[in-house]
Design a protein around this ligand. Structure first.
Ligand code: PBG
Length: 335
């Protein structure tokens, strides 16, 4: 009788059907969210550093909503790209600002088939590019910004956004926005807190995507990449303030934070696979360095494995299509 090796874990890897049977994690279309950029220009615009992603227009947006609904994904996250910006980000709160118009168009096109989500932050609307309004010394004024976020939330809710993505990293932003919505009778609006949002180089292509004018950096409000505990603290505070969902962002370089937040959170935990994570795989694959399709699935599965209940990814439609078309025993079906 053979006694060596005593353990043979390869037994469970011997066939596609066996591997599928013991897969610990799966992806599903309903837990994917597609970020969508909407420009005020007349024509869709390519984004040089994000091959395959473009700025949509108010006219092309309904087709994207249809495609997303057909793919069965859980939602779209809207970002506005205005043509004019000012110190207080007025466009964010004007009912006719590009983001609020996009929300209206998407809500009408969606007709309840998916959730319409909106980025709640001032950086696309300010001429200095910061996520808030500035004080007399050029610093970001936390509490003055909260008042702007409250107004922005009301405008977005009024336009038809069902989930607001609070991505500005101001202290107290969840409580301030919740209070404003509740006072206006909008206790139905869901708050997604970008709780552990790091001051990351991986937002590089996004700055192209929204034509950001930022000079300097966001280190006085976004988290230091050196800190994991502080990310968990931010999520804890946001849950206490009333966040319905908390998020970690970027995803891939912060899987430890994601895992820790997922272990402790009493609300759903999402992750945002950001523009730089997208660009790295697309550009490395274009250079022939890696297998594009496998790298995409592996990167997203890693985020899921670390504990994300849902994932924002620029590949949401492609992944949903692949999940649907894959033969049940093909590796892609459970990748
Ligand atoms: C803020 C916001 C940013 C991203 C999402 N919301 C940029 C930033 O904080 O600098 C980045 C998303 C990405 O890189 O894909 N409005």
């Amino acid at each position: 009788m053979s006694t060596f090796p005593t353990h043979r874990p390869r037994r469970l890897r011997q066939s596609p059907a066996m591997r599928r049977l013991v897969a610990e994690h799966t992806l599903s279309a309903s837990a994917l969210i597609l970020p969508v950029f909407v420009t005020e220009r007349a024509e869709p615009q390519p984004i040089a550093t994000m091959p395959g992603v473009r700025q949509e227009t108010l006219d092309t947006l309904p087709a994207v909503v249809d495609a997303a609904a057909d793919a069965g994904i859980g939602g779209i996250m809207l970002f506005g790209v205005p043509l004019t910006r000012d110190a207080t980000g007025s466009g964010a709160t004007e009912p006719d600002g590009i983001l609020n118009r996009a929300i209206r168009v998407a809500a009408r096109a969606s007709a309840g088939r998916l959730t319409v989500q909106a980025d709640l932050c001032l950086d696309e609307f300010t001429d200095h590019g910061h996520c808030g309004v500035l004080d007399a010394h050029g610093g970001v004024d936390n509490d003055a910004t909260l008042a702007r976020y409250a107004d922005m939330a009301l405008a977005q809710a009024e336009a038809g956004a069902e989930i607001l993505g609070l991505s500005g990293m101001m202290d107290g932003q969840v409580a301030a926005v919740r209070a404003a919505l509740d006072a206006a009778g909008r206790d139905d609006v869901v708050l997604l807190a970008y709780s552990a949002k790091y001051a990351s180089a991986f937002y590089g292509p996004f700055r192209d995507a929204v034509e950001s004018t930022l000079v300097g950096d966001r280190k006085t409000y976004q988290l230091d990449p050196a800190n994991a505990r502080e990310g968990v603290l931010e999520a804890t505070i946001d849950i206490q303030e009333g966040a319905d969902i908390v998020m970690v962002k970027p995803a891939g370089p912060y899987l430890d934070v994601l895992s820790e937040v997922a272990a402790r959170s009493s609300v759903p935990v999402w992750a945002y696979q950001v523009s730089g994570e997208y660009a790295m795989i697309e550009l490395a694959a274009a250079a022939g360095a890696i297998d594009r399709d496998r790298a995409i699935m592996e990167s997203v599965l890693g985020i899921r494995r670390a504990g994300a209940d849902a994932i924002l990814t620029y590949w949401a439609l492609e992944i949903a299509a692949r999940l649907r078309s894959a033969h049940p025993t093909a590796p892609e079906a459970h990748a």
